[in-house]
Write a protein that binds this ligand. Structure first.
Ligand code: URA
Length: 209
């Protein structure tokens, strides 16, 4: 599928299978999410640009590669996106973090922003937006709208599972934002859940149901 990278590394796929199992505990789910997010982060940053810097090793002076440009931003879509942050920040500790909270107004069906915090100069940074589930796509579309309104121009979207319906909606709204996912599942059910999926990601990571 154009614009979608499926991260099919065996470790990612193995951990994802355990996360899907309904008997996996809250603690186990959270630990796996942290582990898998590190691996997903490795893949979503695989092609970042490098620049050469002069350094001195104990043996000699050399030109060595370092990441180019301003620090990355990881933008978490509340609340489930937070589950991906910890592992990603372990891999890129210098990254900046943005939190975006949006909900859908039942009457107007408009996305309403209830929380937004982001670092300065979004326009000069690569923003990696994270949410474990790309279901209808409504919240990720709205969150990216809000980030673009604040100046973000270079974005990627990272999730664990995506539904084909969500991918279609997302790409119609934000064709410039590549999607990275560990799996494209079968479909959405009538309640907007991904099938076969893993249930409600927020509830499973926080034990709220
Ligand atoms: N959000 C979830 O947490 N799970 C789904 O299956 C769909 C949306």
């Amino acid at each position: 599928m154009d614009g979608v990278t499926v991260i099919n590394h065996p470790l990612v796929q193995h951990k994802l299978t355990i996360m899907r199992k309904k008997e996996t505990s809250t603690a186990g789910f959270r630990r796996l999410l942290r582990e898998i997010s590190t691996l997903l982060c490795y893949e979503v940053t695989r092609d970042l640009e490098l620049t050469m810097e002069t350094i001195e090793t104990p043996m000699q002076t050399i030109q060595a590669p370092v990441l180019e440009g301003k620090k990355l931003v990881f933008a978490s879509i509340l609340r489930a996106g937070n589950g991906l942050l910890e592992g990603m920040l372990e891999l890129v500790p210098s990254a900046r973090v943005s939190h975006v909270g949006v909900y859908r107004d039942h009457e107007t069906l408009e996305a309403v922003e209830y929380y937004f915090k982001a670092p300065e100069s979004l326009s000069e940074r690569l923003v990696i937006v994270v949410d474990p589930m790309l279901a209808t796509g409504n919240s990720s579309i709205a969150a990216i709208d809000k980030l673009k309104e604040r100046g973000a121009t270079k974005l990627r979207f990272l999730c664990l599972l995506a539904a084909p319906e969500g991918i279609r909606n997302f790409q119609a709204a934000h064709p410039d934002v590549p999607i990275y996912t560990a799996s494209i599942d079968s479909h959405l059910n009538e309640h907007g859940y991904i099938v076969p999926g893993l249930g409600d990601a927020g509830d499973r990571m926080y034990g709220t149901k």
